[in-house]
Design a protein around this ligand. Structure first.
Ligand code: ZN
Length: 295
């Protein structure tokens, strides 16, 4: 997965409290809610495209991915969040072992405190990733790193769109799409999907994006799909599903785009997204975009 093991103290607490493994993901599990009481929002840090190189001196378009993540980690650590999601392209270009060693070290202050969900992108290498990061549960899909976690009255589904390291387009594949369909059919909990690739029809995007929508379409409880890949920050809608394109931590591809991360507050009715820009276009830094979906 994606999800790293939570620190032992929290795990012990949750086990002792009877919350069980299913709600291990984030604090604020729905089991604590009394009937009729307002649900406490779930606060997550959303990062994508960290592109961490083994060589800390590497730069691209004038940005240093290592310097940028070194700025973002303390911001996240100081934020009132209870979990972190990272939308892929974790490594600089080809997913080398040294890239993941550095990333694991840099994320240490966050993984020590909170569940951290990581998905793979086209600049990742599944085998090398799995040598550096240990999923908390085995992937339900062979040769992919997928996961689900319930938190705050929502279900998060993390997909693996890595086709081959350093090959731009992505693919979920038949087995993962079949698993996704079964997973969505098993529960009507409002669901948010995280995948690396953008869902358009260009050559470098998710090749089976239309088939992903075919799987998702019958399940009206899928409320949002988050992705990275384009190094753009954008929220739009397709077929009633909110599409949240997370900005890159490492660098932008256009001066008009911010570089940074997004602080998010989730309920079962929507999400407030606040941009925490650290570079690029800073104009929208601190601005909150409120996304609502039909219940
Ligand atoms: Zn990227």
């Amino acid at each position: 997965m994606p999800f790293l093991l939570t620190p032992p103290t929290r795990r012990d607490f949750l086990t002792a409290a009877g919350a069980g493994i299913a709600s291990l993901a984030f604090a604020g599990a729905s089991s604590a809610r009394q009937a009729g009481a307002p649900r406490r929002p779930l606060r997550l840090a959303l990062l994508s495209d960290t592109h961490i190189p083994a060589d800390a001196s590497e730069t691209y378009r004038g940005f240093s991915p290592v310097d940028n993540l070194a700025k973002v980690v303390p911001q996240v650590a100081a934020a009132p969040v209870e979990g972190v999601l990272v939308g892929g392209d974790l490594a600089r270009l080809a997913g080398l072992p040294g890239d993941y060693d550095r990333l694991r070290d840099m994320l240490g202050p966050l993984t020590a405190r909170w569940p951290v969900g990581l998905v793979l992108g086209n600049h990742d290498d599944r085998g090398n990733f799995l040598k550096a990061f240990t999923p908390s549960t085995p992937s339900p899909v062979q040769n992919k790193v997928a996961a689900t976690r319930d938190a705050g009255g929502l279900r998060f589904v993390l997909l693996d769109s890595l086709l081959a390291p350093n090959v731009t387009p992505g693919q979920l594949g038949n087995a993962q799409r079949t698993w996704l369909g079964q997973t969505l059919a098993a529960s009507t909990t409002p669901t948010v999907v995280l995948v690396h690739h953008t869902l358009g029809g260009n050559d470098g995007e998710l090749m089976d994006a239309d088939r992903l929508f075919d799987v998702v379409r019958p399940h009206r409880h899928v409320k949002a799909i988050m992705y990275g890949h384009s190094h753009k920050y954008e929220v739009r809608e397709r077929e009633g599903i909110q599409l949240i394109n997370l900005p890159a931590v490492a660098y932008n591809f256009a001066d008009s785009e911010p570089v940074g991360w997004v602080e998010s507050v989730w309920t079962d009715e929507g999400v407030d997204l606040t941009l925490r820009a650290i570079g690029g276009n800073m104009a929208a830094n601190g601005q909150t975009t409120s996304v609502h979906w039909a219940r």
